[in-house]
Design a protein. Structure first.
Length: 156
């Protein structure tokens, strides 16, 4: 991960906000699917009944489905990297804006490896309680990804 990593970098954050930012940034650093031991980091940072949203797909409930999705993502893009560009925290919410880059060298959402490079913006909104993630909402340019890897035709 590259980008802002100090939870105390933004003046005016409360202690709880700074702790929430630290938890979220640890997920980007040590809980990144390409990092050894990432699953244990997720088990430490997310509540067992975490609710996760990925675009317009129905939300999933539970830690194991969240881990399984992350595992599938990194099967499709084993060298996926994130550049954290901005971190915002207010109360129990942390928003991370970043950029993802990598190459599609494995199956992703049923699409076989294409070898195509991806470079897309993404945003994840985390809601925390007592220092643990209870909800995450993830948004990226999925149309661009699916077009790049050959899953759909380019619009127009």
């Amino acid at each position: 991960m590259t980008g802002p990593t100090s939870p105390h970098a933004a003046a005016g954050r409360s202690r709880a906000e700074a702790d929430n930012v630290e938890t979220v940034l640890r997920l980007f650093d040590q809980g990144w699917g390409a990092s050894p031991g990432w699953e244990e980091e997720w088990r430490a940072a997310l509540v067992p009944d975490v609710r996760t949203y990925f675009h317009a797909f129905p939300p999933t409930e539970g830690l194991e489905p969240a881990i399984a999705f992350n595992r599938d993502l990194f099967t499709g893009f084993p060298d996926l990297k994130v550049e954290v560009q901005e971190v915002t925290a207010e109360g129990d919410t942390v928003v991370v804006r970043g950029r993802l880059t990598g190459r599609h060298t494995g199956s992703f959402l049923g699409v076989p490896a294409s070898g195509a490079p991806v470079d897309v913006p993404d945003v994840t909104l985390f809601r925390l309680r007592d220092g643990k993630v209870v909800e995450s909402r993830y948004f990226t340019d999925l149309l661009s990804v699916m077009t790049t890897i050959g899953a759909v035709s380019a619009p127009g």
